[in-house]
Design a protein around this ligand. Structure first.
Ligand code: FDA
Length: 306
């Protein structure tokens, strides 16, 4: 039943017509729990509240299914505006982005051009840009773009690696020469068993493996999970190996395990919350429902409230 619901929400997350409709109607169906707002000002307010509690952020202007160069340029402008807004508001936040928003499916050259425009502004503000990892079809090209831009922009840029892919441990080994700042996650997309572990136990095992590997390589890890067992494992592992708190951080998504976020910050760990905003919230929201079908209850409750 759980896997049926998961697959249904992952299928719905790719529905372009529903995505278009959702854009018109603002945050609905309980999406407010996971999305900070439609306007940048709402997102900055949410970040200020987090900062006041000792929690830092990474801001994401939501967007999917870009098909024209104009849309890609518009998304690029949003990223640039977001970086300026972070700087002028004094909010403590990085930027996260998806390269399909910037025209990756149109051409690699267009996407690279947009990435450089964004990274120039990030560098100017001494900020940091994380490339989110999307589905398997974009994995190889994302890693290649990251490697090139890492050479050009140094520590201004980071990438995400997904534990559910068989290839990820090898990717981390190959990337180690760049001393990359990597966000490590379980992985959120529906992938074939030919490329990804189908069983949760195997994903969890590989997650621990790549976290340990990356930390032992001496590189910075952003461990992005809500899974208590993984968080406990990391705490234990860094203690045993004498890895300093300055070499890693924990990350969680906005609106999920809020108390745990606060507790980790209070314990002295860097706690970064991923704060999404914008009118293109539909696909992101569906993936959050897929991760935890219990969230569907919130949706049903919100339907009866509105
Ligand atoms: P898991 O799914 O096993 O959940 C562990 C526990 O956490 C659950 O039992 C529940 O208590 C709680 N929980 C998890 N998800 C929840 C939800 N939606 N609502 C309420 N409770 C929930 N993926 C990707 O493919 N590319 C990317 O770039 C990113 N980026 C990213 C950034 C950040 C900051 C985070 C936290 C996550 C991502 N992800 C991602 C998503 C990631 O791959 C994964 O799908 C989710 O984090 C869920 O996996 P967990 O590690 O939390 O464990």
């Amino acid at each position: 039943m759980e896997s049926l619901l998961r697959n249904t929400f992952l299928f719905l997350s790719k529905n372009r017509a529903a995505n278009r409709t959702a854009k018109k109607y603002g945050l609905r169906f309980g999406a407010k729990r996971f999305v900070a707002g439609v306007q940048i000002s709402e997102a900055v307010t949410a970040i200020r509240e987090l900062n006041a509690k000792g929690i830092v952020a990474t801001l994401d202007h939501l967007g999917e299914f870009i098909t024209t160069a104009e849309e890609a340029r518009e998304a690029t402008d949003y990223c640039i505006r977001t970086l300026h807004e972070i700087a002028s508001s004094g909010a403590n936040s990085h930027l996260s982005l998806k390269m399909t928003q910037l025209g990756l499916d149109i051409s690699v050259e267009l996407c690279m051009k947009h990435m450089r425009m964004i990274l120039d502004v990030a560098k100017q503000h001494n900020n940091f840009v994380r490339i989110d990892m999307e589905d398997y079809a974009h994995n190889r090209v994302s890693i290649e773009i990251f490697e090139q831009l890492r050479k050009e922009y140094g520590e201004t840029i980071g990438l995400v690696i997904q534990a559910y892919l068989y290839k990820s441990a090898d990717d981390i080994s190959a990337l180690a020469v760049h001393r990359p700042n990597l966000r490590l996650v379980k992985g959120a997309y529906k992938e074939s068993h030919e490329v990804a572990f189908p069983r949760k136990e195997d994903v969890d095992r590989n997650f621990k493996r790549i976290i340990e590997q990356h930390l032992l390589d001496g590189n910075y890890a952003a461990i992005a999970t809500h899974d208590e067992a993984i968080i406990e494992h990391v705490k234990q592992f860094v203690k045993e190996k004498g890895i300093p708190k300055s070499q890693f951080e924990f990350q969680m998504l906005y609106g999920i395990r809020v108390q745990a976020q606060q507790q980790l910050a209070d314990e002295g760990y860097t706690m970064r919350v991923y704060v999404p905003y914008g009118d293109d919230w539909y696909g992101y929201f569906m993936r959050r429902l897929a991760e935890r079908p219990a969230n569907v209850l919130f949706v049903l409750k919100s339907l009866f409230k509105s």
